[in-house]
Design a protein around this ligand. Structure first.
Ligand SMILES: O=C[C@H](O)COP(=O)(O)O
Length: 526
């Protein structure tokens, strides 16, 4: 399309012909896989060829495993033993270089995953901030106290130590921010990482390769390309992975765990599916509830694990809510990510419109209606959001995580109905609760916190601010992410315990005074 602003045009193919292993950008001369965007650059619709990535296999997977093993060297390598101040310098060096790649990465976010210009810029800036905040949390975690603890005659001195090799796999919807919410804490805690970017949002890692290479010791970060079964599977089968860090679907997470020959030694840090509900109580501020539910269910076309994926509206306000909500959905504008005023954009997964249509067909065959005029309208790379009402438990959209532009609405008479559904659900990430009555809401919150990990009061569900813990119950997550919790997820608390004897105490005091020691605030043990 000739309307693409010049700064966002792809002027030559981006063929990724190097990969990062053992501190070296190695040339790739083997088979490649093309990378397409579902956004068309011509008037007549056709996907745009953006470039290519290496099609790697077991040989490269094992190169990375060997490089990471060497870097870790059973905890004795340069990276796991590096002093806190030096690790911080490496990370600061990386983020400093990363900032210079903003324009290129933002452009690729738009082309590869169809994220709007504003949201792509936000994703980049939020990631830079995430790294700086992680560095600050890392400093705090390592802040020394002037003393060591004494419990029942035993002195103790603590540190957080790395666990070993991390296999890191991120999702396509936040290929930078969410991936880095795994990658950055994993690295800063001293673990060597093997990272394979997501299928969509892979070329945008290219501008960062040199920054990774030059900022960290060899083997501390290794970046591979290709398909999960060709690359991630041999890494897991090697038995060398200590942490599987994945944001994506449970099926892939389970398949990868099963390939590890000794699952007992595998720590999991997983962000998985969710089916976050919104509950709209009779006395809710409808203007607020509607605008939050629109943003919550449809920002980035509903392709967020934190998206609202089912709305429970009290039957007394359902008619008004449905009418106003559907009209507002129909006022949303579809277009290319760089266009002004656009909030609905092309879907990066070519098969997604057909899947959403299946959900709509299934729901309508069980008695629901598409209640907004534009719902389900198709273009080659898009399907307009469909608002489905009334939804019931027989419908696939009731239980499947749609991860796309369809909004199911149910009604309830008694608050126990949505609570029972949440209790039966396989998921338990977040909930949004809209209402004003203190007497009903306060006890409700007490119930909800035992069903999910975050209750959003009169606002949509979301992960941020990134300093807040990001986790979930049941099949939604394992472990906790955030700019500080993640440091704990990617490390183990180790300590030295010593009897209260003079020369023991002198040794501990020496450790406390020494700039060369990583031992930290002893109070953590208590
Ligand atoms: O895919 C799930 C993301 O963590 C959502 O993050 P967000 O709530 O900031 O959009």
């Amino acid at each position: 399309m000739n309307t693409i602003p010049q700064e966002f045009q792809i002027n030559s193919l981006l063929n990724q012909d190097t990969y990062l292993v053992n501190g070296e950008l190695k040339k790739w001369t083997g088979k490649t896989t093309p990378v397409y965007s579902t956004i068309s650059s011509t008037e007549k619709y056709e996907p745009t060829l953006l470039g290519s990535i290496p099609f790697m296999g077991e040989i490269e997977a094992m190169e990375a495993v060997n490089a990471a093993s060497e870097a870790f060297s059973n905890g004795q390598g340069e990276w796991p033993t590096m002093k806190v101040v030096d690790r911080i310098k490496c990370m600061e060096n990386f983020v400093g270089q990363m900032k210079a790649t903003r324009a290129e990465v933002v452009k690729l976010l738009m082309w590869e995953i169809g994220k709007s210009l504003g949201d792509s810029e936000k994703e980049f800036d939020r990631t830079v901030e995430y790294i700086y905040d992680t560095i600050e949390s890392y400093k705090e975690l390592n802040a020394r106290s002037a003393h060591f603890s004494k419990v029942q005659g035993v002195n103790a001195m603590v540190r957080r130590s790395p666990l070993g090799i991390v296999l890191c796999l991120g999702p396509y919807n936040y290929p930078l921010n969410e991936t880095f919410s795994l990658l950055i804490p994993a690295i800063i805690m001293g673990n060597p990482v093997i990272f394979k970017p997501a299928k969509h949002g892979v070329l945008l890692i290219s501008p960062l390769l040199e920054a990774f290479r030059s900022s960290f010791p060899k083997g501390a970060i290794n970046i591979l390309y290709g398909r999960g079964r060709e690359v991630a599977s041999p890494v897991m089968k090697s038995g060398k992975v200590d942490i599987l860090a994945l944001i994506g679907n449970s099926k892939s997470a389970i398949a990868l765990q099963d390939q590890h020959p000794n699952k007992n030694r595998l720590r999991l840090v997983l962000g998985l599916e969710a089916k976050n509900p919104a509950i709209i109580l009779p006395e809710a501020d409808l203007d607020l509830a509607i605008s939050e539910c629109i943003a919550g269910s449809l920002s980035f076309n509903g392709q967020r694990c934190t998206a609202l994926k089912i709305l429970y509206v009290h039957e007394s306000i359902a008619d008004e809510f449905n009418k106003r909500f559907s009209d507002k959905v129909d006022s949303l504008v579809f277009g290319n990510p760089w266009e002004k005023g656009v909030s609905l954009t092309p879907l990066p997964e070519q098969e997604k419109p057909a899947y959403i249509q299946e959900l709509i067909d299934d729901a309508t065959s069980h008695g629901a209606k598409v209640i907004n005029a534009k719902g389900g309208q198709h273009s080659e790379n898009y399907i307009f959001p469909a608002v489905l009402f009334p939804v019931n438990k027989k419908m696939r959209v009731y239980s499947e995580e749609q991860f796309g532009p369809v909004v199911p609405i149910m009604t309830f008479k008694d608050i126990q109905e949505p609570l029972n559904d949440m209790a039966e659900s396989n998921y338990g990430q977040q909930v949004s609760l809209f209402g004003k009555n203190i007497k009903t809401i306060a006890p409700l919150i007490d119930s909800l916190v035992n069903l999910v990990s975050r209750v959003n009061l009169n606002s949509s569900c979301q992960r941020g601010p990134d300093v807040f813990p990001f986790t979930g119950r049941k099949d939604s997550a394992v472990g906790t992410l955030s700019t500080n919790d993640a440091l704990r997820s990617f490390s183990i608390r180790t300590f030295v315990a010593s009897k209260d004897i003079d020369y023991n105490n002198k040794i501990l005091q020496d450790l406390l005074n020494s700039k060369e020691s990583n031992f930290i605030n002893t109070d953590y043990i208590l």
